[in-house]
Design a protein around this ligand. Structure first.
Ligand code: PEP
Length: 253
């Protein structure tokens, strides 16, 4: 079902004390404030169990930042969909541009991971988006089309409805550069129309599409006000409760 979502990707930040502190701040925030969106966090894998313990009532959805494309076995350093399921995680980010850039992940890998996640009842947050070069050469619509098709279009209609998509232009991640609300809306509408063409409008309208790329308290409201933007995947601004909570509040009337 289409929902408004604010998801924080903590990346490789915070030691265990700092992580616990931020989780406790967020827990207190959820106790004291009603919000008009789902709140999700993706802390480093080492802290997922702690997060599950602290958010025992599922006040906040708990995601890994990545998961393996394989079920189990000799894959040193990886975590599996089954492990995530077994701790009660909500899902996993899949295909973040940093995984693509530094670990050579492709949309075919993403496709395998998304299928495994869905088999285990996990919600995949599938990330895509063009590089600066691709945008400058006017290829952004084509790039995102190709990514979406390869990663998602082998899924059934019932499966794709359970996927959350995060459009994250690579040139806007951690750079302070943000796609304008209009640029983001153009791509979000494009992704939704590709899904509508393949699976029908009803399916496309059920999918939450988040924007990611330097979302901050001062630009969140305008970005989230666009019709095809259902929330954000937040990096840097998810690391401080003050900023993250203001972004959550962008959904308040
Ligand atoms: C991200 O890494 O998903 C992200 C959007 O980062 P930032 O908000 O820091 O640009």
């Amino acid at each position: 079902m289409r929902k408004n979502i604010v998801a924080g990707n903590w990346k490789m930040n915070k030691n265990v004390i700092e992580a616990q502190q931020l989780m406790l701040q967020l827990l207190n925030y959820t106790k004291e404030n009603a919000s008009n969106c789902e709140i999700w966090i993706a802390p480093p894998a080492l802290y997922l169990l702690m997060a599950k313990d602290l958010f025992a009532l599922n006040e906040v959805g708990i995601f890994s930042q990545d998961m393996s494309e394989y079920e189990s076995g000799a894959y040193t350093g990886e975590i599996s969909a089954e492990m995530l399921e077994s701790i009660g995680a909500t899902g996993s980010i899949i295909g973040h541009s940093e995984r693509r850039q530094y670990h050579g992940e492709t949309d075919s890998h993403c496709n395998a991971k998304i299928k495994l996640a869905l088999e285990k009842g996990l919600t995949p947050i599938y990330c895509n988006g063009e590089t600066l070069e691709q945008r400058k050469s006017g290829k952004h619509l084509e790039v995102v089309k190709n990514q979406t098709e390869v990663a998602l279009f082998t899924l059934s209609a019932e499966e794709i409805k359970k996927v959350v998509i995060a459009y994250e232009p690579v040139w806007a991640i951690g750079t302070g550069e943000t796609a304008s609300p209009e640029q983001a809306q153009e791509i979000h509408a494009h992704i939704r129309s590709l899904i509508a063409e393949k699976y029908g409008k009803e399916v496309a309208d059920e999918i939450s599409i988040l924007y990611g790329g330097s979302v901050k308290p001062d630009n969140a409201k305008e970005i989230f006000s666009k019709p095809d933007i259902d929330g954000g995947l937040i990096g840097g601004a998810a690391l401080k409760i003050g900023d993250f909570s203001k972004i959550i509040e962008a959904f308040n009337a």
